[in-house]
Design a protein around this ligand. Sequence first.
Ligand SMILES: C[S@@+](CC[C@H](N)C(=O)[O-])C[C@H]1O[C@@H](n2cnc3c(N)ncnc32)[C@H](O)[C@@H]1O
Length: 359
Amino acid sequence: MSSLIAPGPAFLPQRLFAPHTDNVARLFPEPSDRFHPALEYMIDLKPDQGNFLADVLAGLADRPRSLSPKYFYDRVGSALFDAICDCDEYYVTRTEMALLQDISADIAALTGAHANVIEYGAGSGWKIRLLLQALDQPAEYAALDISRDHLEHAVGALAQDFPAIRIGCICADFTRFHHLPDDVAQGKGRTLGFMPGSTIGNLDPEQAVHFLGNVKEQMGPGGALLIGADLKKDHAILQAAYNDKAGHTAAFNLNLLKRMEQELGAKLDQGGFAHHAFYNEQAGRVEMHLIAEGTQTIEIEGNRFTFQDGETLHTENSHKFTIAEFQDLARKAGFLPEKVWTDAKKLFSIHFLSVPQDG
Ligand SMILES: C[S@@+](CC[C@H](N)C(=O)[O-])C[C@H]1O[C@@H](n2cnc3c(N)ncnc32)[C@H](O)[C@@H]1O
């Protein structure tokens, strides 16, 4: 892994892009400066800078207390997420991958040749391999994720395996990412967004519509989005999926406290909080919380937050959808639902949404 670590920003040439990307630090393509010889670009919008402290302080002061799930994904959190994907109870990854394989010919036909693929929340990049293999001569793949280390490692390896495709990385918060940088999506085919894993379910419905509206603008007229959405189902399946016996989901949730200690100097008792996940039927979502066992305090930079026994910090929502609910969200964002597939057990859905030619 160490050979894949890019030199720090202080050693890199800096260049300003257009105003909307004015904090872009770019790795120029001189061999010595490049992160990985197979990567075409690395665009780092530094999504974490300053925000973690401010968001933790605001989230702990708020009622109910909450923190965005995007903060799960430091290097350790991303590795823990991979472990979750391997759990028997977590049906999402294996179901979506099998479905992607089954429908690969349909996706290729709908997308057409020489596509530019932009993935939102790329993670370890297993699913994109299936998509790139399925598509007809894809021109470009841009992987966007908030977790820079994980992104660099995964996409560097991918680029080696797909030398005919122009492959690059964008480290950014997709909820604050409004325009594709000029150098991205240069192939002559359709621009196709890809968002597997039901990451969309981490956003509240209003945020999801807003986010999808941005993606629609980024794909442009004639573009499309291939997106995975987890379906409403038997609560016992959901309960098991977010409370795996090996404890990976619990470790993933509790890792937030470690991040607070390590990165913000927080004083807290990690053993005083437990993982708590349940299906909230009324809201149609699985909720994850960190629940205080006994009275607990978290101190950060002179701010002291007290949790009474049983009080929680709400750390994630995973919204579950019916097909109609998800298509409704997509339409509100300006997409046309063109095709939807589900697995035989109706656990998961994949939607092909298109952007009308007139915008
Ligand atoms: C649920 S995981 C899905 C990973 C992978 N796409 C999959 O299908 O298995 C969510 C991914 O999105 C990334 N992510 C979460 N919030 C993000 C944000 N606000 N901006 C960019 N990436 C984000 C995480 O780092 C993680 O890789």
